[in-house]
Design a binder for this molecule. Structure first.
Ligand SMILES: Cc1cc2nc3c(=O)[nH]c(=O)nc-3n(C[C@H](O)[C@H](O)[C@H](O)COP(=O)(O)OP(=O)(O)OC[C@H]3O[C@@H](n4cnc5c(N)ncnc54)[C@H](O)[C@@H]3O)c2cc1C
Length: 459
């Protein structure tokens, strides 16, 4: 059997041994629903502090996750803190040293993320999520079990249980603030599997964009909408081999604002010497207005676009790699009082995609899942209120999510992209600014300053 890299089976393609499921009726300090980056992070940080945790994952490792596979700088401090950095660096990965942006007219600008400045600029990696998630889950499940907790793989959380906070009856759907998380019902072993009930007063919803815990908070408890098609993005990815211009394990990732794809973008993210993650993303409300769906749009770009048809002339797609999924953006909703939408209630904190926190410009969500996993763990340990969680998440991530939303809206205009990329192609100061903006948190604050932006763009 070969992997996305075309090589013999690797450690992350092996099953992960996670021990016996706990006894039906067991109680935990916290239950984490979902074993992706958000869930692994929350479980790992809680276990580090000695909490007895149950982490439940619907899938069974090895498992794939549809993604662009870019792991940005924000993720790296968590990768290190959770003890995965050495394993990750010892496994094959693509070292990102720059980002190439191209405009609809075909002009391009390269934003370098220099290797000698990696520590300060926090440049990142690209590697298949099957590999990244396996390394992270494996490490965090080991920490959970060492701390006396349990792991379930192949466990589908079907129902979230609530009570009145004092062990009394569930006040019922729509009763929001009067309800408190009490536990979950999990079906283990597929459709005909057995149902188990586990109890906790601290639940973390980390089940991605369709997280059952998020639904029970947002829709059932508060009767608020989960999905807003103006703030959800459709994403489609394929793995390809032999794409011209991609043949090393270090270099640039590419983001192309191709005319036929705007208001979305087309990406080429190499994940190894040989394999490239090729994909396309577009806000769903805008996709609804297009005649072609993402798969057809991508096929058209690869076969016919003057910038790409030669590069793909001898390339081949890895069979079985074509998959689509949704990205719940963290852009603030006009109609919601809480930004980007409700992410907590008594005894529940939502993290990562379950809290709708994907960057609305870059499509990055792994970093925000890891960040909120840590915040959720700290708030559980410090017994903070649901509102404090909602507020801290927005305080930490809100400014960059608002900026990215602005940039996403600007990038829907072809003329502006042509003007900006054309200008940046000729102006080293603008390239440097983009490097800082992408990689350095302090520099991102400059985006709030209209004077700074005007000065850099015009002079
Ligand atoms: C096409 C595409 C491209 C992307 N590109 C990038 C990129 O390049 N870089 C980046 O940083 N981000 C990217 N993202 C976003 C990124 O994939 C997500 O933001 C990230 O995976 C969020 O992590 P998470 O842990 O919150 O959720 P997930 O990774 O979705 O993990 C959720 C987990 O919960 C489990 N689960 C679901 N339901 C249940 C249940 N009922 N019971 C138990 N477990 C359950 C799932 O099996 C899954 O393992 C992309 C997304 C898409 C769709």
């Amino acid at each position: 059997m070969t992997d996305a890299n075309g090589s013999a089976e690797q450690a992350w393609e092996q099953p992960i041994e996670t021990g016996e499921a706990p006894e039906n009726g067991a109680t935990f300090d916290a239950i984490i629903v979902g074993g992706g980056p958000g869930g692994a992070s929350a479980a790992g940080y809680l276990a580090m502090s000695g909490a007895k945790v149950l982490m439940i994952e619907k899938d069974v490792w090895p498992r794939d996750k549809v993604c662009g596979d870019a792991v940005g700088g924000k993720s790296l401090s968590h990768v290190a803190a959770l003890g995965v950095k050495a394993d990750l660096e010892a496994s094959p990965h693509f070292r990102v040293t720059g980002i190439v942006f191209s405009s609809p007219k075909g002009k391009s600008v390269r934003v370098p993320l220099p290797e000698e400045d990696v520590a300060r600029l926090e440049a990142g990696y690209a590697l298949p999520r099957a590999q990244f998630d396996s390394l992270l889950f494996n490490r965090c499940q080991a920490m959970v079990r060492e701390a006396g907790g349990s792991i379930i793989q192949g466990g589908d959380v079907r129902t979230v249980l609530f009570d009145d906070g004092n062990g009394g009856e569930d006040p019922g759907e729509g009763s929001g603030d009067a309800r408190h998380a009490a536990g979950v019902v999990v079906r283990i072993g597929g459709r005909k599997g057995e149902e188990f009930t586990f109890y906790t007063k601290e639940l973390v919803g980390a089940g991605g964009y369709r997280c059952p815990v998020a639904k029970s908070v947002v829709e059932s408890s508060y009767s608020e909408p989960m999905i807003d098609r103006d703030h959800y993005c459709g994403g489609y990815r394929e793995y390809w081999r032999n794409v011209k211009g991609c043949g090393t394990n270090t270099g640039d990732i590419e983001i192309h604002f191709v005319d036929s794809v705007i208001p979305g973008y087309f990406w080429l993210f190499p994940v190894s010497e040989d394999v490239v993650n090729v994909g396309i993303g577009m806000v769903m409300g805008l996709l609804d207005k297009q005649k072609k769906k993402l798969k057809a749009l991508q096929a058209d770009v690869i076969a016919n676009h003057h910038l790409f048809k030669d590069r793909f002339a001898e390339a081949e797609m890895i069979p079985g790699s074509a998959k689509g999924w949704q990205l719940p953006f963290g852009s603030p909703r006009k109609k919601s009082k809480l930004s980007p939408r409700r992410s907590s209630m008594n005894g529940v904190r939502l993290v990562g995609d379950a809290a709708s926190l994907v960057d609305p410009f870059s499509g990055e969500g792994v970093g925000n899942a890891l960040v909120t996993g840590e915040i959720a763990a700290n708030h559980i340990l410090e017994k903070k209120t649901p509102l404090e969680y909602q507020e801290e998440v927005w305080k930490v991530l809100g400014p960059e999510l608002i900026n990215s939303f602005r940039m996403q809206k600007l990038s829907r205009r072809s003329w502006l992209l042509n003007w900006f990329v054309g200008k940046a192609e000729r102006k080293p100061a603008l390239q440097e600014m983009m490097t800082e903006m992408i990689a350095s948190k302090e520099a991102q604050e400059n985006l709030h300053s209209p004077w700074f932006m005007m000065k850099t763009l015009l002079f």
